[in-house]
Design a protein around this ligand. Sequence first.
Ligand code: NAI
Ligand code: MG
Length: 343
Amino acid sequence: MTRAAKHPATLIPGDGIGPEIVEATVEVLEALQAPLEWETRAAGMAGVERHGDPLPAETLDSIRRTKLALKGPLTTPVGGGYRSSNVALRQTFDLYANVRPARTLLPGGRYEDIDLVLVRENTEGYYVGFEHYVPIGGDPHAVAIGAGVNTRAGCRRIAEFAFDYAVRHKRRKLTIVHKANILKALTGIFLETVREVGRQYEGRIEIEDRIVDACAMQLVLNPAQFDILLTTNMFGDILSDLIAGLVGGLGMTPGANIGRDAAIFEAVHGSAPDIAGQGVANPVALMLAAAMMLDHVDEHDRARRLRDAIDGVLRQDHVRTRDLGGQASTRDFTRAVVRRLRG
Ligand code: NAI
Ligand code: MG
């Protein structure tokens, strides 16, 4: 392969278990001969230690250049008034689509064949931060007021993203999740706009809608009825953790934050300071995030091979890290994945 054919990509080892699981993930990507050329940059506590900033300018410059990043978890430094680097990255690059797939990887759980994708609008809704207190009498916090903002343009771009994702990933159905019976304007505009965009996909993608509370119950009773769920920011925040729980928790769940100009792939879990440096972290979530990254750059065959290798190691080789009830170290697990990729 020529150098020119490689995708430049920013690699952020991150904090806590981050460097361990990032190293493991880079190793399996090398075994796949993935055409990626890394620029390693610091963020989080590592950024503070090296550059006095949890999101150093050279890290942002690198992502601006590569438009593609694989990121370990970042510890939000306590004190010093640092903003959350994760939120800052989302805002800086306008990463409006959060994609979180949940797929059964280990048999014997509550559900056997879950294969869901949640697409969450990542920039609008109730998380825009329009809130304040109204003091009354001696109580400075007598009344709290918060407003949400959803725009036609914002709803349209997330809808276009979700339908395009559905087509590219050969999905059959998209469920719009809303609360338009109560929040008639705020989530009504979302329902209305997504339906309008969906008309262009008639005959290709089945479209239905659900009210968020009923949807939460149905996800627990019968998750197999869903395929892609598309929803607004706060509902997506809540339901994405719910679907992670359906497949065994955050340690197995990858996520992507995607904008027009950049895409950042990560594990859903945090930096796990309690087990950092022990070599026992489960690298599955970050490896699955790397598979999403390969799909993003149209390396679908390598993405599939990586997912298949992880499946095989967990299900057939029974190599599992401690959090999954096994004995394997991060290195043992990584070696087992590499063995399958080379075998
Ligand atoms: P956490 O996800 O780091 O840990 C929760 C529990 O799950 C711990 O017991 C941990 O050992 C375990 N765990 C997590 N990932 C694991 C893995 N791959 N293998 C084995 N066990 C694993 O959540 P916590 O403790 O609330 O947060 C720690 C730090 O991470 C905080 O500073 C927080 O701000 C940050 N964080 C960063 C995120 C990101 O960068 N996307 C997301 C969530 C939290
Ligand atoms: Mg959340």
